[in-house]
Ligand binder design. Structure first.
Ligand SMILES: NC(=O)c1ccc[n+]([C@@H]2O[C@H](COP(=O)([O-])OP(=O)(O)OC[C@H]3O[C@@H](n4cnc5c(N)ncnc54)[C@H](OP(=O)(O)O)[C@@H]3O)[C@@H](O)[C@H]2O)c1
Length: 294
């Protein structure tokens, strides 16, 4: 068995609440722009065993990702069904525009169906967080995702940046329960209540910005742990999430970093060191804080 084959085999996946299998590690693509850059990153990712890719309408790279994957699959001896492709509804398209927004993602990626489609943000773009219409827009958007799920265009649907309150509202009215919640989660932002709520309700929590958008890589605590395990700071941060059954989608445009960010299944952090990282929590948000969106 080749190195990549054993890497793919070793990589764990999670069974979502509708039975669909999702790899626990995927490649994030925020700020990865332009066909050449996308092609190079995806080429390296596929070579090192990544099968899952996370994009979004607002990243403006869906078309380049779709084309790069179509170009790369034969070169890597893979087919569409070997991949897990996630995209997200633009916050601009919440409400009446939601179905058209979903269809635009499907058309841009041009890969037949999407494995997972998420509502990117609980509020509609261009409206204040306290706007009382957000709940109705969210509900209308979710119904659009449900229709596309029902038609087979999406294999699973979920949400991103939702709080416990937003999730409770959704669970009270949905026909299809969300399979995934994608949120910011790392040692400086340990969202324990949210994780417990997701676990209790069969929703898989997937972390974004696991490296603190890069800021956590130079934290002395993380660096000291990395040295003690003979690993890199990025690997320690990603492994910390995986050991909580949390999926990760680190982003890099550098092939050597892409390679190291998936080599996570041949070491284990001790319970004590898991706790050391957890105690770094300072409620620090490197991206955006959705708690004010009504
Ligand atoms: N749902 C949402 O609202 C939301 C929000 C944010 C992000 N996301 C998703 O989550 C993905 C990951 O989050 P993120 O991009 O914010 O941040 P991240 O993955 O925490 O960090 C990415 C940064 O770390 C650097 N990096 C990556 N691996 C490294 C390594 N091994 N050593 C040193 N530096 C490394 C990258 O630089 P280089 O590229 O130069 O290597 C990049 O600057 C995004 O790409 C996106 O797909 C979703």
């Amino acid at each position: 068995m080749s190195g990549v084959e054993s890497q793919v085999k070793a990589m764990k996946s999670v069974r979502l609440n509708n039975g669909v299998e999702m790899p626990l590690v995927g490649l994030g693509t925020f700020k990865l722009r332009g066909y050449e850059a996308v092609y190079q990153a995806l080429d390296a990712a596929l070579a090192h065993g990544y099968r899952s890719f996370d994009t979004a309408s607002v990243y403006q790279n869906e078309a380049d990702i779709g084309k790069a994957l179509r170009d790369l699959l034969p070169r890597h001896g893979l087919s569409r069904r070997d991949l897990f492709i996630t995209s997200k509804l633009s916050p601009r398209d919440h409400g009446r525009e939601a179905e058209a927004g979903c269809l635009r993602s499907l058309e841009a990626l041009d890969c037949g169906y999407l494995d997972l489609y998420l509502i990117h943000w609980p509020g509609k773009q261009g409206h204040k967080s306290e706007d009382a219409r957000h709940p109705a827009w969210r509900q209308e958007s979710w119904q659009a995702l449900e229709r596309l799920y029902g038609s087979g265009a999406f294999r699973a649907i979920g949400v991103s940046n939702y709080t416990v309150g937003h999730l409770q509202e959704l669970l009270a009215s949905c026909q299809v329960r969300p399979a995934v919640l994608q949120v910011e989660y790392h040692p400086r932002l340990v969202q324990e209540e949210l994780l417990a709520f997701c676990t209790a309700n069969g929703i898989h929590l997937q972390a974004y910005s696991s490296l603190g958008t890069g800021c956590l890589l130079t934290e002395p605590t993380v660096q000291a742990l990395a040295a003690s395990y003979g690993r890199t700071p990025a690997q320690v941060l990603l492994r910390w999430a995986l050991q909580q059954e949390i999926g990760v989608i680190p982003k890099s445009s550098h092939p050597e970093r892409i390679a190291q960010n998936i080599q996570l299944f041949d070491f284990v952090l001790s319970e004590e060191d898991m706790g050391v990282l957890k105690r770094m929590h300072t409620d620090t948000w490197y991206c955006w804080d959705p708690r004010l969106v009504v």
